[in-house]
Design a protein around this ligand. Structure first.
Ligand code: 5AD
Length: 365
């Protein structure tokens, strides 16, 4: 009963739910959650529709200057074979996305900030637009950069940027990253501000079920995304990787099923709190359950990022264990995704860029 009231409170605008109320919903017995999930599904239908936008994911390179304690492609992991796609491979993959009638692509890579790299990305953006007649929305996910770099990439034709805050709790952030100037919570926050200022549709997100993380942290993560006026969100369960320092603390993470369940709750709560944002149903969900991404769609997610990275590189972009790889045959892989989308009661929005509606309401403010 009491939870129904809280869900109702969530659904009203402006949403004024508190961290304690969110925490109660994150810790509630699952028997009480049906009203939350059905409200989230209704809000999704009403505000963003039952369309799923595909973003073709291009994992451009796993070279990384960062050393995040949870990540398989951290620079200290000498077991990761490093690669970078050639320009031709990037262009071919972007063309493939356009041929498949995806509205958008995402270019993701480890972090690099040298001048040559910055210019290279800029040139790739221009080459992609030229090769696909400006038909694709381009999202970048290339980490922390200077304001100048963000502006340059925006001018070169990227319109969206994903930069996860990983956790909004600074103390927890410090436990997940080396203690040095290259891994600063303040810088991460500042970069999110710079991205909004540069004009990007701005996305962030967190990992769920990390060692040392509590449900109260997750509740505050939701408020952080609301208060930051974020346009797009990608949240996924934390999944350990044996060749990382955080692996030693695995016993402090909840069981994977619990991480999965918490992620589903987080998606549902976020959809109810932020009705017009784009929410991705992430690959990490699928790493835990074969139908994981479908489960995300059922409670409010409306974006999927099919991996189009050439297969020979996919095994090297190994952020966490059991990371699913795309099917050998792209078309079979896409058909399987389509089938899961239909099972969730949605349709694929082919040929549409699917900009987050929240971006336009934020611009008007
Ligand atoms: N488990 C889950 N997600 C991870 N990421 C990196 N390592 C892991 C992991 N072990 C996520 C981070 C990063 C994104 C690219 O991948 O949130 O921002």
């Amino acid at each position: 009963m009491e939870f129904e009231l809280e869900v109702e409170k969530l659904a009203t605008t402006p949403c004024n739910i508190t961290a304690n109320e969110l925490e109660a919903l994150l810790t509630a017995d699952s028997n009480h959650l049906a009203p939350l999930f059905s409200t989230a599904a209704q809000i999704k239908t009403r505000f963003v529709g039952n369309k799923v936008y595909f973003r073709g994911l291009i994992e451009f390179s796993n070279r990384c200057a960062k050393d995040c304690l949870y990540c398989g492609i951290r620079c200290s992991n000498s077991k990761a074979g490093r690669y970078e796609l050639s320009d031709q491979e990037v262009i071919d993959t972007a063309r493939l996305a356009a041929d498949l009638n995806f509205g958008s692509i995402v270019i993701q890579a480890g972090e690099r900030t040298d001048k040559q790299y910055i210019r290279h990305i800029s040139s790739l953006l221009e080459q992609i637009h030229a090769a696909t007649n400006n038909t694709l929305g381009i999202t970048l996910s290339l980490g922390e950069q200077s304001e100048e770099t963000y502006r340059l990439w925006f001018e070169s034709g990227a319109t969206r940027y994903l930069l996860r805050i990983e956790t909004s709790n600074e103390q927890l952030y410090k436990k997940l990253h080396p203690n040095n100037a290259n891994h600063s919570f303040a810088t991460r926050l500042n970069c999110l501000e710079l991205l909004q200022k540069a004009g990007f549709q701005t996305g962030t997100g967190v990992m769920i079920g990390l060692p040392f993380q509590t449900e109260a942290d997750l509740a505050r993560d939701l408020l952080f995304m609301r208060d930051f006026d974020i346009d797009m969100v990608g949240m996924g369960p934390y999944i350990e990787h044996a060749d990382t320092p955080l692996y030693a603390h695995s016993h402090l993470s909840p069981p994977v099923q619990k991480r999965f369940d918490l992620t589903i709750r987080m998606i549902a709560l976020l959809r109810v709190m932020m009705k017009d944002v784009n929410i991705a149903s992430t690959t990490a969900l699928q790493a835990i359950r074969a139908d994981g991404r479908e489960a995300g769609l059922r409670v409010g997610a409306n974006v999927m990022m099919p991996n189009l990275t050439p297969l020979k590189y996919q095994e090297n972009y190994f952020l966490y264990q059991n990371k699913p790889r795309a099917n050998e045959h792209t078309l079979t892989y896409i058909r399987e995704l389509e089938a899961s989308i239909l099972r969730a009661g949605d349709v694929v929005a082919y040929g549409e860029k699917g900009n987050p509606l929240h971006f336009y309401s934020r611009e008007k403010k």
